[in-house]
Design a protein around this ligand. Structure first.
Ligand code: PEP
Ligand code: MG
Length: 325
């Protein structure tokens, strides 16, 4: 079965009736990139950079980061690489960077909130990412955005860094696309306003589910309440897609929901063609895509947006995935 799946690596992800998807990889290292490429990833939809900062004794320098980003970008070739700025805090910590003890770390000092507070560290990372943009198709993404002000502040720093690189005479892509993760309910509710500020959205369902349902994604005790198919989550996803469509900006999904092949009808119904997932999930999602008739799947998904319970949607999507091979 595994060998059979691996034959699909070089096949396009297209439904039986011709709807094309782009399946990209979520990676946090060059090693994971190699796996993603082996499994046919069309680019990197989420490069989690925090792992460059972990298992060491000080922040990585501009050159150290640049070398890694450049290596990833060059390996990927002409496909896109979405590099996400540092997303520490919450469950991820650095030995050399003391974070305050917090009652609610997931509601606390994390991700873009740290970057905007530690501008030295943030600008170093932005510089390294911009430098790598001279070597391929790089996009920049900010995590945990919950307000327009945060996006504007991050973009202002990006402009400062661009000016500095110009002074240094170092090449980079002046028009690097800038996007944000949609993973906080506030961002969904103001998605129309945020869309005016950026080139793309990527829905981070791992955090979005946690924050919409107020269910800690790490807490075993309430794991049974963590429902990606909860009607509140589906509505949030749909709102985000509608805002992106109205503003004519790109939209993708990079949370674990994209790696669950049962979700495919939802993406087809919403018109999302860009999915990014852990390398291990790529071939099974492609296999499901190849065996799906989009016209059928969208009919199934339409009903899901009217269900009153998570279990109803989960049962129907599970049954549909089984039935269609
Ligand atoms: C997410 O929250 O869905 C996501 C993709 O980011 P992370 O899992 O790194 O928080
Ligand atoms: Mg997240």
């Amino acid at each position: 079965k595994k060998e059979q799946l691996e034959l699909l690596a070089t096949v396009d992800a297209v439904t039986k009736d011709g709807v094309n998807l782009r399946l990209a990889g979520n990676i946090s290292s060059v090693k994971e990139l190699n796996l993603a490429l082996k499994y046919g990833a069309e680019g990197v939809g989420l490069f989690r950079t925090e792992f460059l900062y972990m298992d060491r004794s000080s922040f990585p320098t501009e050159d150290e980061q640049f070398e890694v980003y450049k290596q990833v970008v060059e390996k990927v070739g002409s496909n896109m690489v979405v590099i996400r700025s540092l997303d520490i805090g919450g469950d991820k910590h650095l030995d050399y960077f003391q974070l305050p003890e917090e009652q609610n770390p997931f509601l606390g000092y994390r991700a873009i909130r740290i970057s905007l507070n530690r501008q030295d560290m943030f600008k170093t990372q932005l510089t390294a990412i911009l430098r790598a943009s001279a070597y391929g198709n790089v996009k920049l993404m900010f995590p945990m955005i919950s307000s327009v002000e945060e996006v504007q502040a991050a973009k202002a720093l990006l402009e400062e860094v661009k000016a500095e690189l110009e002074l240094r005479g170092i090449p980079f892509n002046r028009n690097i696309p800038v996007g944000i993760m949609i993973e906080v309910p506030a961002a969904v509710m103001i998605a129309d306003l945020l869309a005016e500020e950026v080139d793309f959205f990527s829905i981070g369902t791992n955090d979005l589910v946690q924050y919409v349902l107020a269910v800690d994604r790490m807490n075993e005790q309430i794991a049974h309440m963590y429902h990606p198919y909860h009607p509140a989550v589906l509505r949030m996803i749909r709102m985000t897609v509608e805002a992106a469509r109205n503003a004519k900006i790109d939209i993708s999904v990079c949370g674990e929901m994209a790696a669950d092949e049962r979700s495919l009808p939802l993406w087809l119904e919403l018109g999302i063609s860009d999915l990014s997932m852990s390398p291990q999930a790529l071939l099974k999602v492609k296999h499901r895509t190849l065996n799906t008739l989009a016209i059928d799947a969208t009919r199934v998904a339409k009903a899901c947006f009217h269900h009153r319970t998570s279990s109803e949607t989960e049962e129907i999507l599970s049954a549909y995935a089984q039935k269609s091979g």
